[in-house]
Design a protein around this ligand. Structure first.
Ligand code: MN3
Length: 198
């Protein structure tokens, strides 16, 4: 199996004004494509060739930094595009997911505050996450191309806080970007799908 760049599940204009066409063109067509191409070159002739993407990500972590960085970012971005939709965000959260958020994190408002805080305090490049760890929803953050997958957890929502994800639209205002992501972009149905029966 080799990596390939998925199409965006919406048009390049669909997420404006919260995420512009220009951002999506650079982020998807250039940054994500580079992870795919570099990942394929680094995967060739390794023990992970032919494995699933999740197996490549988990297996290469701590063993092959170049491959891990690109495979990890490929995994993160495949989901990142699907974690957003036009007219998303806000509090229209599917019932079971909302119940779990309230049970594990206190309230939807607290979850959002903690998620923003995780993204803002991630020094340099990385991601803010909702993940399932030991059967509970947790808020977490990771540097660079890491995800909860390599820390014994299952990601259900991730926000890319690399500057390439927001600098065109928000300049240095990372908190405003993460808030807009939560209020206007999150595809809560896809988050619920990733939660599944976990
Ligand atoms: Mn990115």
């Amino acid at each position: 199996m080799s990596f390939s760049l998925p199409d965006l599940p919406y048009s390049y204009d669909a997420l404006a004004p919260y995420m512009s066409r220009e951002t999506l063109e650079y982020h998807h067509d250039k940054h994500h494509l580079a992870y795919v191409n570099n990942g394929n070159n680094l995967l060739r002739d390794t023990e992970w060739e032919g494995k699933s993407l999740e197996e490549v990500v988990k297996g290469s972590f701590g063993k092959n930094a170049g491959l891990f960085n690109n495979a990890g970012q490929h995994y993160n971005h495949i989901h990142f595009w699907k974690w957003m939709k036009p007219g998303g965000g806000g509090d229209k959260i599917p019932g079971e997911l909302e119940k779990r958020i309230i049970a594990d994190l206190g309230s939807v408002a607290e979850m959002k505050e903690d998620f923003i805080q995780a993204g803002v305090t991630q020094f340099g490049s990385g991601w803010a996450w909702l993940a399932i760890k030991d059967g509970k929803i947790v808020v977490t953050k990771t540097p660079n191309g890491e995800s909860p997958l390599v820390h014994g957890a299952q990601p259900i929502l991730g926000c890319d806080v690399w500057e390439h994800s927001y600098y065109i639209d928000y300049r240095n205002r990372r908190p405003d970007y993460i808030k807009a992501f939560l209020d206007h972009l999150v595809n809560w149905e896809y988050v619920a799908e990733m939660l599944g029966g976990k």
